[in-house]
Design a protein around this ligand. Structure first.
Ligand code: GAP
Length: 453
């Protein structure tokens, strides 16, 4: 199926808001830049993305364990990691419009005057020289704002993993190669706002640090690039919209010996979805030096080394934008237009809708509610008996519900229901008692985006 029109970020923002996936944060107070709140369907979709990641990275493997570290860590963690000294962007202030811009993104920035210009575009723009500006949010710990109370909200979840390396090694009795995985909020005072959830100030990272013998690092680096790329394919992102881009030496972070981005073709152009880095022994060595606790692997035969680390790191937000963009579709069916989110069934916020054909028919309502109560114990399902059936189908299409089960006159005679497929619009009948099993089997089927022509 070919795409009718390009999917714009505006269309995604508008659908997300209209259907209650994502709202601009603090809206009643005029909004808060680059910060968003999630509505019901946004929460359900985020939960699904996190669950699929956790299955692939922890539950279905014997060599990776989970951790959940604190958001506010000892300030020395961020000195050791290099974030206090080096986690900064070059920024320029405009003395005229009082806004601040990233020096390396001036071309894409808009100044505060109306009509908006590019900073530096007119003689009135009075720009300062670039200055380094740290991206970490600072806070104070304890009741007093005194020397030594300064702390930071974590800008990545990774450091909470490194500082627990020894705990996990001992208690989970692991030996390299093994990994530690964590999901949780990270915070960055990003100055380039805009582009919806793509770059936000708080986001939920999903990171996994895989500790390996140094001479196996390259092999595992390649392995994790493939694994993660296949995860995106499995959950329906189209091949034509995915690519792997290896960083040049000048582009790499201070800790990296090799980095590849899995990029997605967002409406704003190709951009980083997930990064896979070979961090070498940088982090364990740094924390050993700064903490005086030796972070190394010692084997039973006395073998001893500092493992190298391979890190796949992504945020739920970047995945969510990619999946919404990839799924968004508009088509004309009969003489009606419909908007449909062709999400993978295991990612869609609602797995099935249960609809009585006539909402005022007590018998149909009774049967439909019975089916709904049965299904909701296992799946995310929705019951809806309000309004014309066509309108109810279209509402489910817009939130990406893959299947709608309808109770009609025939159900009252033979206890069968119809199931309508969101993508093909095909309908089939099945006994009401088989619906649960039907959904279980359908969720396990391989799935390919119908937009992939
Ligand atoms: N621990 C390594 C690390 O944090 P990063 O490339 O800075 O590396 C990893 O971030 C991932 O986190 C990115 O690939 C992206 O998916 C996500 N991410 C980073 N900054 C983000 C932001 N401001 N908003 C949304 N997601 C972000």
């Amino acid at each position: 199926m070919a795409e009718l029109e390009p999917v714009t970020m505006d269309k995604i923002v508008s659908l997300s808001r209209r259907r209650g996936f994502v709202f601009p944060s603090s809206e009643i107070y005029g909004g808060m830049g680059s910060t968003y709140d999630y509505g019901h369907y946004g929460v359900l979709m985020k939960n699904n993305i996190r669950a699929r990641w956790f299955e692939a990275m922890v539950r279905n493997r014997d060599d990776i364990v989970a951790i959940d570290s604190a958001v506010i860590l000892h300030p020395k963690v961020w000195e050791a990691s290099g974030h206090v000294g080096g986690f900064s962007d070059p920024l320029i202030d405009c003395r005229t419009c009082k806004l601040r811009f990233r020096a390396d993104k001036l071309e894409d920035s808009h100044c505060g005057r109306k009509p908006s210009k590019r900073p530096g575009e007119t003689p009135e723009c009075d720009l300062t020289e670039p200055r380094q500006f740290n991206l970490m949010f600072e806070t104070t710990v304890g009741a007093l704002q005194e020397e030594g109370s300064r702390a930071f909200l974590r800008p990545e979840t990774a450091q909470g993993i490194f500082i627990n390396f020894k705990n996990v090694l001992q208690i989970a009795r692991r030996k390299p190669p093994f990994g530690i995985a964590q999901t949780g909020k990270s915070f960055r005072n990003e100055i380039t706002p805009g582009n919806f959830l793509f770059r936000v100030r708080e986001f939920e990272q999903m990171e996994m640090e895989f500790f390996v013998p140094p001479d196996e690092a390259d092999k595992w680096y390649r392995y994790w690039i493939d694994e993660r790329l296949n995860w995106y394919r499995r959950y329906g992102l189209r091949d034509s919209k995915l690519r792997v881009r290896e960083h040049g030496p000048e582009e790499r972070s201070h800790y990296s010996q090799g980095t590849s981005d899995i990029e997605y073709d967002y409406p704003i152009g190709w951009g980083e979805l997930e990064g896979i880095a070979n961090r070498g022994d940088f982090d364990l060595t740094q924390h050993t030096e700064h903490s005086t606790t030796k972070l190394e692997y010692v084997g039973q035969d006395g073998e001893r080394y500092v493992p190298y680390v391979i890190e796949p790191a992504v945020s739920i937000e970047r995945i969510m934008v990619a999946m919404l963009v990839d799924a968004y579709d508009e088509e004309v069916v009969g003489d009606r237009e419909r908007t449909v989110l062709r999400l993978h069934p295991q990612i869609a916020p609602v797995t099935a809708a249960v609809l009585p054909l006539i909402g005022k028919n007590d018998e149909m309502v009774g049967k439909a509610r019975g089916l709904y109560e049965d299904l909701r114990r296992r799946h995310s399902v929705e019951y809806d008996d309000g309004g014309a059936i066509g309108r109810r189908y279209r509402r489910q299409d817009e939130i990406g519900t893959p299947w709608a089960f309808t109770v009609d006159e025939q159900t009252l005679e033979d206890d069968t229901v119809t199931v309508r497929d969101r993508d093909s619009l095909a309908q089939e009948r099945l006994p009401i008692e088989d619906v649960r099993e039907w959904i279980d089997a359908a969720l396990e089927r391989d799935w390919k985006s119908p937009k992939e022509s």
